[in-house]
Design a protein around this ligand. Structure first.
Ligand code: TRP
Length: 435
């Protein structure tokens, strides 16, 4: 499997510079690496947790989709979709909810922050807390695990959620994997240098602190106005400034080359005034953001183009999600009802029944056939009629010992509705059982 990179962005608010630096830019860069398969989505189900204003939800989804595309995301290279277009996500959320300890969710930062506020205010602990907020990390785990993502680029505030996704995945693997991991354990990826961009006041740039710098909104004027509000000390032009760690320098760092970073520090040390330094920052950011802003305006004028891109993205994502969710349903026991389900058989036969099996038979017309059934009895492969019983037996033997390598040579066809990956997995299980 190629390395899979996945990230979501909650569709509330209007994207700011912190979203760009912390999430969008690193994710797009990662999608350009060779040998990665990227999944980027609008976390609009997550948005519903925080926002009950339908018009804002609608507007924000559009703005954020346009932002990612304008920032250079290539929808042909990646799967770019809306979370709410993937019905497998809420379905998996439930399967995961059933194995997630409530105590784990009690420790989630977003929930704890809400209860802390309530307790400090003398309110009931859970006042105003919805089940959506409480189980937020499970929905997020489903987003990630559904695509077996290896790497998840996120801001530092999201690292705990990825760890929870790992915990939940491990528990699910343990309960239902029968020795094979169903889920990849995802890894958070925080871009160390600029993991969370500071806002105007030095705290994390966040809409809730009202300290953001807009990315596109308001044009260069709004950028200029926001940068003018970045807090600095009162040292005057001409005074040397050790600006290490100040918001101005940290934001500058996020857009500068190493040489530009060094030059900026040297200039401040040599007495560059804050006003002049801010002008340099505006010019630097605008040189990168300006061309994107033009593409953004063009896209916002054509929402139907964005809709088309997202629908195509959902088809791409569901091609992965649908067969995988089907296998997870089987793993937990949501299986077609068959004459003799494995769990009703004796203990000894259960061990055998856990493997797929071949069956050979002869039709009335004298021709020989064989077929492969999954462990749960579902038909996977059907042979053509063969004139010779030994030939049929020979193919069965080769498929059992050589597996998917002979799949294209053998006189067989996939059963209807069965995907090739499922057949390959079944053959792999048989090959493994030979040793
Ligand atoms: N909770 C994330 C945020 O607020 C967004 C998100 C939802 C996400 N699902 C995800 C991020 C899956 C990474 C992977 O930033």
């Amino acid at each position: 499997m190629k390395l899979r990179v996945l990230t979501g962005i909650t569709t509330t608010g209007t994207p700011h510079l912190g979203n760009y630096v912390g999430a969008i830019r690193p994710a797009i860069a990662a999608s350009l690496e060779p040998d990665v398969q990227s999944f980027f989505f609008l976390a609009d189900y997550h948005a519903l947790i925080k926002c009950d204003d339908p018009d804002r939800i609608e507007r924000s989804r559009l703005e954020i989709a346009a932002t990612w595309l304008a920032a250079g995301l290539d929808p042909h290279r990646v799967a770019f979709y809306r979370q709410s277009d993937i019905p497998e996500t809420p379905e998996l959320t439930w399967l995961l909810t059933c194995v997630t300890a409530k105590g784990l969710m009690n420790r989630a930062h977003a929930y704890k922050a809400a209860t802390d506020v309530n307790e400090a205010a003398g309110e009931e602990t859970d006042a105003g807390v919805t089940m959506g907020l409480f189980s937020y990390p499970i929905l997020m785990a489903a987003d990630i695990l559904l695509f077996n993502a290896h790497r998840v680029p996120v801001g530092r505030d999201q690292v705990q959620h990825i760890e929870m996704a790992r915990d939940i995945a491990q528990r699910f693997n343990h309960l239902f994997g029968q020795g094979h991991d169903l889920f990849v354990l995802p890894q958070a990826e925080v871009e160390e240098s600029v993991a969370t961009l500071p806002g105007l006041d030095g705290r994390k740039m966040s809409k809730s602190y009202d300290n953001t710098i807009p990315l596109f909104e308001g044009g260069p004027k709004a950028l200029q106005a926001a940068v003018a509000r970045i807090v600095t000390d009162s040292r005057l032009p001409g005074e040397p400034k050790d600006a290490e760690g100040t918001p101005l320098v940290t934001i500058h760092d996020a857009f500068a080359t190493p040489a530009q970073r060094a030059a900026f520090r040297t200039a401040l040390q040599a007495g560059l005034g804050w006003g002049e330094a801010k002008q340099q920052l505006v010019a630097l950011v605008e040189s990168q953001v300006g061309p994107m802003r033009e593409r953004y305006a063009e896209l916002m004028a054509h929402p139907e183009r964005i809709e088309e891109v997202l629908e195509a993205g959902a088809r791409k994502a569901r091609a992965v999600a649908q067969p995988f969710l089907a296998s997870l349903r089987r793993a937990v026991g949501l299986r077609p009802m068959l004459a003799a389900p494995p769990s009703f058989r004796s203990v000894e036969s259960t061990a055998k029944a856990a493997l797929p099996s071949f069956k050979q038979y002869r039709e009335d017309d004298g021709r020989f056939f064989f077929k492969l059934a999954a462990a749960d009895g579902r038909l996977l492969l059907q042979s053509r009629g063969l004139g010779d019983g030994r030939e049929a037996g020979g193919w069965v033997k080769r498929l059992k010992t050589e597996g998917a390598a002979v799949l294209d040579l053998a006189p067989v066809a996939l059963a209807e509705g069965v995907d090739r990956a499922a057949v390959e997995a079944a053959l792999a299980a048989l090959v493994a059982a030979q040793d």
